[in-house]
Design a protein around this ligand. Structure first.
Ligand SMILES: Nc1ncnc2c1ncn2[C@@H]1O[C@H](COP(=O)(O)OP(=O)(O)OP(=O)(O)O)[C@@H](O)[C@H]1O
Ligand SMILES: [Mg+2]
Length: 328
């Protein structure tokens, strides 16, 4: 056992369904924050092929669950759901805050004895279930995670951690229909659809994170969702040339700067998740500010600084009837 591994002597039930055995080692523990809601996370070394990621999810008992469902019905009738489709990221954020405020007001009225903290936590549960991706939203709030994947309702959600690689989480989506609903919700927000005729979706969330979804039977064991979580503090060339990251030498970075300045053609290529998009984003500020930049992407991933003159475009696959496609 290394120094960094701490032995857990007491039995702690972090996962509601799984009691951690006495021989479990905690590799790391930290807290993630989703708005006012703070949740403890532990990475544990358990007898399995991979380590486990355990997050203490908000505990909602039977009676509170019934109350939440009732509040949900009230909110649905009050909020115009049609307006949720095709929102810009800023409008989407605004709408989520409005939703959270309304949920809080309602819950405060029906649960007057509860503390501010539990009201905030329960409102978050409501918002996640109604306009978010349910429990996946908690994983999206963890900056140490790079990828979050749902393989089917039969499997737990897996996550790729910056330090520990692939981990099994204690979150599981209870049925296939729910995974499909999440994909449809994301598709609607970006003006696309995912159906049996068109069972593959490539899109991005309002946070900018990239999402891919597939439906059964294209994915033979169930509906899937894969989210590439982007760093909230984007990679810049300063990071890239930092010897601690060891990505690129100062000379190579200076050469690329000159190449962009003098309008040379450039191809950024590499294996999956090798850092192409991050490098491209880090190179973008080298674009001369007196040029008009037109970008065309399959899913929006580029982020240019505000001082640049930029028109971002995205492609769109045609619908199953072959209509509405926009390709470059
Ligand atoms: N220079 C770097 N050093 C360390 N990690 C990096 C670096 N660049 C990117 N990453 C991390 O690697 C992951 C993959 O990066 P990115 O999305 O840029 O790869 P990609 O090649 O565009 O992937 P894909 O092939 O799926 O489009 C991200 O989580 C990112 O934070
Ligand atoms: Mg990429």
């Amino acid at each position: 056992m290394t120094d960094s591994k701490k032995k857990v002597n007491e039995q702690v039930d972090v996962n509601k369904n799984e009691t951690i055995a006495d021989n479990t080692n905690v590799l790391e523990s930290y807290e993630i924050a989703l708005g006012e809601t703070k949740l403890p996370v532990r990475i544990i070394d358990i007898e399995d092929y991979v380590s486990h990621y355990q997050i203490l999810l908000p505990d909602v008992d039977f009676v509170t669950r019934a109350l939440l469902d009732e509040t949900k019905r009230d909110l649905v009738s009050e909020i115009q759901f049609e307006s949720l489709s095709l929102l810009t990221p800023d409008k989407f954020k605004e709408m989520k805050i409005k939703f959270l405020t309304k949920a809080k007001e309602k819950l405060k009225r029906v649960l007057s004895k509860e503390s501010e903290n539990s009201i905030a936590m329960l409102s978050r549960v409501l918002v996640n279930e109604m306009v978010g991706l349910g429990d996946i939203e908690y994983l999206l709030a963890d900056s140490m995670l790079e990828e979050i994947v749902v393989n089917s309702s039969k499997d737990v959600v897996w996550a790729y951690h910056k330090r520990y690689g692939w981990l099994k989480t204690n979150i599981q989506i209870s049925d296939e229909e729910m995974i499909r609903n999440y994909s449809s919700r994301v598709a609607r927000e970006v003006g696309r659809e995912i159906t049996h005729m068109n069972p593959l979706l490539d899109a991005h969330l309002a946070t900018g994170d990239r999402i891919n979804a597939t439906l059964f039977p294209i994915s033979t064991s169930g509906n899937t969702i894969t989210i590439r979580r982007f760093s909230r503090t984007p990679w810049t060339m300063v990071h890239m040339i930092d010897p601690a990251f060891g990505t690129i030498s100062e000379e190579a970075a200076a050469f690329l700067w000159l190449a962009i300045e003098y309008e040379m053609s450039m191809l950024v290529s590499g294996g999956t998740a090798s850092g192409k998009t991050s490098m491209l984003n880090a190179l973008m500020p080298f674009m001369p500010a007196n040029q008009r930049i037109i970008s065309i992407e399959d899913t929006r991933e580029l982020n240019l600084p505000d001082f640049l003159h930029w028109v971002p475009l995205t492609t769109r696959p045609p619908n199953p009837r072959g209509e509405g496609g926009f390709q470059c």
